[in-house]
Ligand binder design. Structure first.
Ligand code: ADP
Ligand code: TPW
Ligand code: MG
Length: 579
């Protein structure tokens, strides 16, 4: 039997071979190189999952759709192919939708495929099982949304979803598949012909030569140029070109969080450890796959020094990103590989390295900052604080640069980002543009599945709670994931109290919780540690063995600060209420 022709009716009266919606969906996905699906089973997609598995697609079943969705999203980021999340209707769809919206916000290619209930009943609002107008709800939260009503359109529907997810600025796509579609039967040969193999799903977008000339002029006139690398640059997988751009231009760079490791953080031109000075004192800034959103203070304000002191050049595949916050004097619209390659061609015709005093200023600042931090990272005390614990993990990643670091929390996130150097591209996965909690276990599962590399998930105790049930998934699939919980007994700190004395404070958890026991419940390894040395030993053991491991790292409950590094965004009441 061919890959696309499945015998549905085996009775003697059957004349032609037939296929159905189930098989057509699977064949369409396989034809387009989809190898893995992340999801949660149930009506009407239980059989779809089973049949995908039988047909050789890897199906990773989660405990909650949001985590499956986050897995799909980060699979998309890591592979440049759309990550697929499969859910049931209404509640399952809604659970997956947060991840779809987050993927869209972060420019990760992902397709949320949800089963849905009968159109006739939904549209008359007659109360079907899990009734919901899912397409309408998904639309404002993703890049594109499609519904397929006829088996003969499945090929086109899947093709459109794939193209929409990965072409141009990548993002989330919703594909609505009503229950009735799956059992629709059609002639197998016609079905096979209806499938579409997407050719050149994310075509190169070549920048205009005039845009390149303009950008090079700006860079040549700069006295204190700076490159900012964003996660778009990491996504583009143009690693050698990006490295050449930095090294051949001699321009220092600052990596955004998920662009860390695109060049090693120890690179002589990295100004990561002198970030504030680099942003404030630079005069011309080349943004490569990084938006001037809140994470870059919208390109203005104190962060960027004197008003009018900056000229921005921006490389981005999305034309409308230009001038979104401040004027972009040299927009370079195209894919990062093509744009950087064109800049390098232009530079080859004549280029002078930036003034030495600028490089020296940043190097001095960087060395001073690194020296200031060093003693904090070496303390071997108990209870641990964030720095002493992170000092141990920094060494782990230095010794195992191919491991993938997943990171979420507040202090646990902000301090780990600064302390843990990354050495290879796309090894740091975190909360991204929204600063969303709950990505941890979904990202960890997909990182392990998609890359086969060991994963170290460094999680605030609160952050972990958003996806913690997936430790069962990690054990079930026996993934090489080591979770370290920075257990400071709460959100930001573990010291809050209820002024009335009635309840626990709103930001604290059960004191002395032992998250390691959760892992043991499912057959994984659980370890409780109280010193940086113990922590390092436990992580090394986990990574050597590849066994699912959860390490509960006891952190001083008083060590953190409110909202980590972004306390300035946290409104606080200044009004004292009279009793
Ligand atoms: P960061 O948070 O690291 O600063 P952002 O998510 O804000 O990064 O920005 C990523 C940018 O990269 C987006 O504007 C997106 O359009 C762009 N982008 C994504 N992929 C590519 C690509 N292949 N070529 C060019 N730009 C890209
Ligand atoms: C979906 C708000 C930001 S950070 C955080 C919360 C709840 C947890 C911080 O505590 P944690 O880290 O993880 O223990 P630490 O080291 O500082 O103690 N809901 C969502 N996303 C966000 N960002 C929040 C709530 C938040
Ligand atoms: Mg905490």
């Amino acid at each position: 039997m061919s890959a696309v022709a499945h015998l549905v009716d085996t009775s003697a009266s059957a004349e032609a071979e037939q296929t159905d919606g189930f098989h057509l969906v699977i064949d369409a996905l396989k034809l387009n190189g989809i190898e893995t699906i992340y999801g949660v089973p149930g009506i009407p997609i239980t059989d779809l999952g089973r049949m995908c598995q039988a047909e050789g697609i890897r199906v990773v079943s989660f405990r909650h759709e949001q985590n499956a969705g986050n897995a799909a999203a980060i699979a998309g980021f890591l592979t440049k192919k759309p990550g697929i999340c499969l859910t049931v209707s209404a509640p399952g769809f809604l659970n997956g939708l947060t991840a779809l919206a987050n993927a869209t916000t972060n420019c990760f290619p992902m397709i949320l495929i949800s089963g849905s209930s009968e159109r006739e009943i939904v549209d008359l609002q007659q109360g079907d099982y899990e009734e919901m107008d899912q397409l309408a709800i998904a639309k404002p939260l993703c890049k594109a949304a499609f519904r397929v009503l006829h088996a003969a359109d499945i090929g086109i529907g899947v093709a459109r979803a794939i193209r929409a997810a990965v072409s141009g600025r990548p993002g989330g796509v919703y594909l609505d598949l009503p229950a009735k579609l799956f059992s629709q039967v059609m002639d197998a040969e016609a079905g096979a012909k209806s499938l579409v193999k997407v050719i050149d799903a994310a075509p190169a977008q070549i920048p205009a030569p005039s845009a390149i000339t303009r950008a090079l002029e700006e860079l040549k006139n700069a006295k204190r140029p700076l490159i900012v690398l964003g996660k778009g640059a990491a996504y583009a997988q143009a690693d050698d070109l990006v490295r050449d751009l930095v090294e051949k231009s001699g321009i220092p760079y600052v990596p955004m969080s998920m662009a860390k490791g695109l060049l090693p953080d120890t690179h002589p031109l990295s100004a990561g450890a002198a970030r504030s000075t680099a942003l404030k004192d630079s005069d011309v800034v080349l943004l490569v796959g990084a938006r001037l959103n809140w994470l870059l203070s919208h390109g203005k304000g104190k962060t960027w020094g004197e008003p009018g002191s900056k000229r921005f050049i921006q490389i981005d595949i999305e034309p409308r990103e230009m001038d979104s916050n401040v004027e972009i004097v040299a927009p370079v619209v195209g894919d990062i590989g093509s744009c950087v390659s064109a800049l390098l061609d232009g530079m080859a015709k004549g280029w002078t390295a930036p003034p030495a005093d600028w490089i020296e200023t940043l190097r001095t600042k960087r060395e001073a900052n690194v020296a200031k931090m060093a003693p904090k990272l070496m303390k071997n005390t108990s209870p641990m604080d964030f720095h002493s614990a992170l000092g141990a993990l920094r060494t782990v990643i230095k010794e195992r640069p191919d491991a993938i670091l997943v990171n979420e929390g507040a202090n646990t996130l902000d301090l780990a980002r600064g302390v843990i150097d990354m050495y290879q591209p796309r090894k740091r996965l975190d909360v991204g543009t929204w600063g969303v909690m709950g990505i941890g276990m979904g990202f960890a599962v997909a990182a392990a599945i998609e890359t086969g590399k060991p994963v170290l998930a460094v999680e605030g105790d609160s952050a972990f709670g958003f996806s913690g049930m997936e430790v069962e998934t990690i054990c079930r699939y026996n993934l090489p994931v080591c979770i370290v919980i920075f257990n400071n007994n709460g959100i930001y700190r573990g010291t809050d109290t209820d002024p009335t004395g009635r309840d626990p404070g709103t930001t604290v958890f059960v004191p002395g919780s032992r998250y390691d026991k959760m892992m043991e419940a499912f057959g994984g390894v659980g370890v409780n540690v109280t010193t940086p040395d113990e922590l390092k030993r436990a992580v090394d053991a986990a990574m050597d063995s590849g066994k699912p491991t959860l390490i509960n790292a006891e952190i001083d409950p008083a060590a953190g600060s409110e909202s980590g590094n972004i306390g300035s965004l946290n409104p606080q009441s200044v009004v004292k209420k009279k009793k």
